[in-house]
Design a binder for this molecule. Structure first.
Ligand code: AMP
Length: 415
C-alpha cells in the first residue's frame, strides 16, 4: 500500500470546512486592507531562496526540497512565500505602480522538517507583503492586519511579540557585542548554537533549548545598538501600535529564522505555548529587493501557517460553519422510475437545487438509509405509480411525513 509521504497529509472532505472558512477570512481581511491576491509557482530557481533566505539558515541548510530538473536547472520547491513575491514584483515591473504594492497569497510550502504536531513537510501559509515604503505606519498596519485577522477568527489568548534587529549599518556592531557576550558561554551551548555562534549569531537568541534560552535572556539587546534611524523607526512604530491599542511585548530574543529581515520583526503566538507553536510572523526586509537585482525598495510582510490556525481553532473549541451541500436525495424503484429520476435530477440541478441521486439498484429502504446518513432535509421518491401519474413523493426526513405532489411543482416547492 502506498501512503502519503512522511510529513504530508491528505486533506479529506471532512477537513475542508476549516480551510474554506480561513480562506474566506483571509479574502475578507485582505480586501479590507487593500491587498490583492498573487499566485506564484510552487517551485523557483534554487538561487532565489539561497540568496534571499540566507545560506546559513536552517531553511537553506537543511530543509529545502532541491533537485535538478531534466534540463539541468537547479529547482527548489518554495520553502517560504516572500522571495517568490519579490521576484514577481521585479519581473513584472510592479515598481512602476503606485507604492506600496500590497499583495497576498495562500500557498503550499515545502520544508524537510522532523514531522510533529503543527510541523509538516508540506504545509500551507497565508501571507502578505507591502512593498515600496519605509514608513513605520506601514509596519503598524501590517501588524494590525495580522492581529485583526486572528480576531476575525475569534482566536483569543494570543500575544504579539515585537523586536527591532536593526539594519546593515547598526547590526554589525550588535553582532560583535553578541559574539563577545557568548564567548564566555561556548561550553554551555548546544551543538547547534556552537555553529550559530560562528555562522549566524543572531539565531543564538531563538534557540529553544532551556540552557541556551537562559543564556540568551541576559544577552545584549539589539534595540540598545540601533542606529539613529532604526531607533526612530522603532519608537514611531511602538507609538502607532499604542495608537491602535495593540498589546505588544518587546521580546529581545525574537529574531526570526530568515536572513532577509531588517528593523521590525514580530510574531503572534498562543499565550500558553509561546514560540514553540508560533501562529505567524513577519517583519521588514528593506534590502531584499535590491539583493535580488532591483532598486533599493523597503518592504514588510507577514505569514501564518494554516494548519497551526486550524489546530488553535480546534483547541479553543471555535466552531466553523459547515460547507453547503445538497439537501435533497432522490430515490427510485424500477427502471422506468430511474429514467424519470435521472431527468428530474437534471431539471432540479438546472434550477440551482443541489441533489444527490441514488445509484445502482438498492431497495427503497437502503436508499432511505443512505439519505439519512447524508443528512438531507428531503427525499424525493419515485415508483411505477408516480411515473404513470407524473407525480413524486416528497418525504420530510426529519418528521418522516410524506406527501404526493405533481412532479412539475417540485422545483418551485424545493426552492
Ligand atoms: P516562518 O516562515 O517559518 O516564519 O513560518 C510562518 C508560519 O508558518 C509559522 O508561524 C507557522 O505557523 C507556519 N509553519 C512554519 N513551518 C511550518 C511547518 N513545517 N509545518 C506547519 N506550519 C509551519
Amino acid at each position: 500500500m502506498y501512503r502519503a509521504p512522511r510529513g504530508t497529509s491528505d486533506i479529506l472532505p471532512k477537513e475542508q470546512a476549516h480551510r474554506r472558512y480561513i480562506e474566506q477570512k483571509v479574502a475578507n481581511i485582505c480586501q479590507l486592507y487593500g491587498y490583492e491576491r498573487i499566485d506564484a509557482p510552487a517551485f523557483e530557481d534554487t538561487q532565489l531562496f539561497t540568496r534571499s533566505v540566507g545560506e546559513d539558515t536552517d531553511i537553506v541548510e537543511k530543509q529545502m526540497y532541491t533537485f535538478q530538473d531534466r534540463s539541468g536547472s537547479q529547482i527548489t520547491l518554495r520553502p517560504e512565500g516572500t522571495a517568490p513575491v519579490c521576484r514577481a514584483y521585479l519581473e513584472h515591473g510592479l515598481h512602476n505602480l503606485p507604492q506600496p504594492v500590497k499583495l497576498y497569497y495562500i500557498a503550499s510550502i515545502f520544508r524537510y522538517e522532523r514531522p510533529q504536531a503543527g510541523r509538516y513537510r508540506q504545509h500551507y501559509q497565508f501571507g502578505y507583503e507591502a512593498i515600496g515604503d519605509a514608513d513605520p505606519a506601514l509596519d503598524a498596519e501590517v501588524i494590525d492586519m495580522a492581529w485583526q485577522f486572528f480576531e476575525s477568527l475569534n482566536l483569543h489568548h494570543l500575544s504579539l511579540q515585537l523586536n527591532s534587529i536593526g539594519c546593515k549599518i547598526c547590526r554589525p556592531g550588535y553582532l560583535t557585542a553578541l559574539k563577545d557576550y557568548y564567548a564566555n558561554y561556548t561550553h554551555d551551548l548546544c551543538s547547534d548554537c556552537k555553529t550559530r555562534l560562528k555562522r549566524n549569531p543572531l539565531r543564538l537568541l531563538d534557540c529553544k533549548k532551556p540552557l541556551c534560552q537562559q543564556i540568551a535572556n541576559s544577552a545584549p539587546k539589539s534595540i540598545d545598538y540601533l542606529c539613529q534611524q532604526c531607533d526612530t523607526h522603532f519608537n514611531q512604530l511602538k507609538r502607532y501600535l499604542e495608537l491602535l491599542e495593540l498589546p505588544f511585548t518587546v521580546n529581545h530574543c525574537l529574531v526570526r529564522g530568515l536572513d532577509y529581515y531588517t528593523r521590525t520583526v514580530f510574531e503572534i503566538q498562543p499565550e500558553a505555548e509561546g514560540a514553540q507553536s508560533t501562529l505567524g510572523g513577519g517583519g521588514r526586509y528593506d534590502d531584499l529587493i535590491e539583493e535580488l537585482g532591483g532598486k533599493p525598495t523597503p518592504a514588510i510582510g507577514f505569514a501564518a501557517g494554516i494548519e497551526r490556525i486550524i489546530l488553535n481553532l480546534k483547541k479553543q473549541n471555535i466552531p466553523v460553519p459547515a460547507l453547503p451541500k445538497p439537501q435533497v436525495f432522490i430515490a427510485y424503484v424500477g427502471n422506468e422510475a430511474k429514467d424519470t429520476a435521472i431527468k428530474l435530477t437534471s431539471t432540479l440541478r438546472k434550477n440551482g437545487i443541489g441533489i444527490i441521486e441514488a445509484a445502482g439498484s438498492k431497495s427503497l429502504k437502503a436508499q432511505l438509509r443512505q439519505a439519512n446518513t447524508l443528512g438531507v432535509h428531503h427525499t424525493v421518491i419515485i415508483g411505477d405509480e408516480e411515473v404513470k401519474a407524473s407525480t413524486v413523493i416528497l418525504r420530510d426526513m426529519t418528521t418522516a411525513q410524506q406527501q404526493t405532489i405533481p412532479a412539475a411543482q417540485l422545483p418551485g416547492l424545493l426552492k
